[in-house]
Design a protein around this ligand. Structure first.
Ligand SMILES: Nc1ncnc2c1ncn2[C@@H]1O[C@H](COP(=O)(O)OP(=O)(O)O)[C@@H](O)[C@H]1O
Ligand SMILES: [Mg+2]
Length: 154
């Protein structure tokens, strides 16, 4: 809790556009947890940033908030991980290994356009979805720190 306070984040503060700096992976997880509290069914979250920037770490926080469980593996090895939450599902999708030219051929729209929540790593590969309503999260690596920009694109 103290760490969340230090980050000075509240659900209402993550509304339109916000920039946060985290010093540890735990702080990034906590920010993901806090962010989860404003997510609702139908939301799509685009996660962008270099390899190792913290997209999976941030997602771990979101999943912890919804399922109260840790998940060990990065979804880079599986394209889509599914979690049951309340009366809907959360999809953690990682497009890292997918060629942007075939991204729509795998039926991804079945997952992202509906009543569920989807968190998408390497969302910049989802060509053509830029104008859809979504949360845009960009993580920038600054040595051990991370600059995390959260923006609502609506
Ligand atoms: N402030 C920080 N936020 C997130 N990760 C951090 C931070 N500082 C160090 N790390 C480390 O950086 C790595 C981020 O990995 P990961 O979340 O898998 O990145 P990505 O999914 O973007 O490839 C982890 O090894 C994590 O421990
Ligand atoms: Mg990752």
């Amino acid at each position: 809790m103290a760490k969340n306070k230090k980050l000075n984040i509240s659900a209402t503060s993550i509304c339109k556009k916000n920039i946060f700096v985290t010093k540890t992976s735990q702080e990034t997880r906590n920010l993901g947890k806090k962010f989860a509290s404003i997510l609702k069914g139908g939301d799509i979250v685009f996660l962008k940033g270099d390899l190792g920037s913290g997209k999976t770490t941030f997602t771990q926080g979101i999943i912890k908030a919804f399922c109260n469980k840790d998940f060990a593996r990065s979804s880079s090895f599986t394209l889509i991980n599914e979690y049951d939450i309340a009366n809907l599902r959360l999809f953690h999708i990682d497009l890292y290994r997918l060629n942007p030219l075939i991204v729509w051929d795998i039926g991804i729209e079945e997952y992202i356009y509906g009543k569920n929540i989807s968190i998408i790593e390497w969302a910049d590969r989802l060509l053509g979805a830029e104008n859809d309503n979504h949360w845009d999260i960009e993580i920038e690596n600054m040595n051990s720190m991370r600059k995390i920009k959260i923006e609502s694109k609506r």
